[in-house]
Design a protein around this ligand. Structure first.
Ligand SMILES: [Zn+2]
Length: 76
C-alpha cells in the first residue's frame, strides 16, 4: 500500500494521484476557471500574470503545466 503526500495541502492519502481527494476537487475548479479564462482572454506573458488574473497559485499553475492538464498552456 502506497501513501502519497498531497502536493496542495500536504495530507497523506492513498491513490495514484498527486493530490488528495479534497484537493482533486479544487484542482478541477482551478482548471475549469483557467480554461474559462483562456477562452475569453489571450494567454498572459507569464505564469505570474496568469496567477493574478485567475487567482490560481503559481505553484498550482506550474503543476497543471507540468502534468499537461491544460492544452493552451503548453503553447507558452
Ligand atoms: Zn490535499
Amino acid at each position: 500500500m502506497n501513501f502519497n503526500k498531497c502536493v496542495r495541502c500536504g495530507a497523506f492519502f492513498i491513490n495514484n494521484s498527486n493530490v488528495c481527494p479534497n484537493c482533486e476537487t479544487k484542482d478541477k475548479n482551478d482548471i475549469s476557471n483557467l480554461q474559462n479564462f483562456l477562452i475569453e482572454n489571450n494567454m498572459p506573458n507569464s505564469i505570474d500574470e496568469l496567477s493574478i488574473s485567475t487567482g490560481i497559485a503559481t505553484k498550482n499553475l506550474n503543476r497543471f503545466l507540468s502534468e499537461k492538464r491544460i492544452e493552451q498552456i503548453e503553447k507558452l
